[in-house]
Design a protein around this ligand. Structure first.
Ligand code: PGA
Length: 249
């Protein structure tokens, strides 16, 4: 059985006090599903979040990191810095990193290598823009993103990789992929993995869906056989909404 995961990506939201408030609300929620629950606060609040949730099942994860070990990279954060504040999982390749900060497949391949070398688990994000969906090129785009950043890895590396399909046109727009569109793409992703690494590996990797997942659509999306969870943006900023999504499994 694949691990079910619901991860909240807080993006550039919540200062220290707001982080404490939201975490307190999250701790008061009741979890009725088996999904692993993660939250990704901004870098400056990771340590506090980790301390507050040390004895809780909610895992504190990071939104990004640099590929270099250390050095002259002003404004960047390294894998060992993340580990030193208790982080065990990092999101890489989010579409906002690709779009606003110029992260390419080549850069992401390096980030993945560094994260894995530090025994960090990676939530690797990818997805097509609207024009690719409209022109019917979405599968090619996604296949390329996965191959370019991950297919140099040995099969054993995939035990520390979670995939997150996030169609860019559905992120923060209120427009979700239909459950069928999500399922079709997730099945395609699994087939792409199977072609390279075999069925056993493909069937063991969790594939999350992201893009305007809300309490009112989570259950239908999560009911699809190849959807193993969600990467949640906007709805993760409200404890009730987030746990409604967690409990949708
Ligand atoms: P959204 O964001 O849920 O606000 O669409 C998803 C994401 O960016 O991971």
């Amino acid at each position: 059985m694949r691990q079910q995961i619901v991860a909240g990506n807080w993006k550039m939201n919540n200062d220290l006090a707001q982080t404490e408030t939201l975490i307190t609300s999250l701790k008061n929620q009741t979890k009725t599903s088996n999904a692993e629950v993660m939250i990704a606060p901004t870098f400056t609040n990771l340590w506090q979040a980790y301390q507050t949730l040390k004895d809780d099942t909610i895992e504190v994860i990071a939104q990004n990191m640099h590929f270099a070990e250390n050095g002259a990279y002003t404004g960047e954060i390294s894998a060992s810095m993340l580990k030193s504040v208790g982080v065990k999982t990092v999101i890489l390749g989010h579409s906002e990193r690709r779009e606003y900060f110029g992260e390419t497949d080549t850069i992401l391949a390096k980030k993945v290598d560094t994260a894995l070398a530090h025994h960090l688990r990676v939530i690797f994000c990818f997805g097509e823009v609207l024009a690719d969906r409209k022109s019917g090129n979405h599968e090619n785009i996604v296949e390329g993103q996965i191959k370019n950043a991950l297919f140099h890895l040995e099969a054993s590396a995939f035990k520390n990789i979670v995939l997150a399909y996030e169609p860019v046109w559905a992120i923060g727009t209120g427009e979700t992929a239909t459950p069928e569109q999500a399922q079709d793409m997730h099945a395609f992703i699994r087939k792409t993995l199977a072609n390279k690494y075999g069925n056993d590996l493909a069937n063991s990797v969790s594939i999350l869906y992201g893009g305007s997942v809300k309490p009112n659509n989570a259950q239908e999306i999560f009911s699809k056989p190849d959807v193993d969870g969600g990467l949640i943006g906007g709805a993760a900023l409200n404890a009730n909404d987030f746990f409604a999504i967690v409990n949708a499994f």
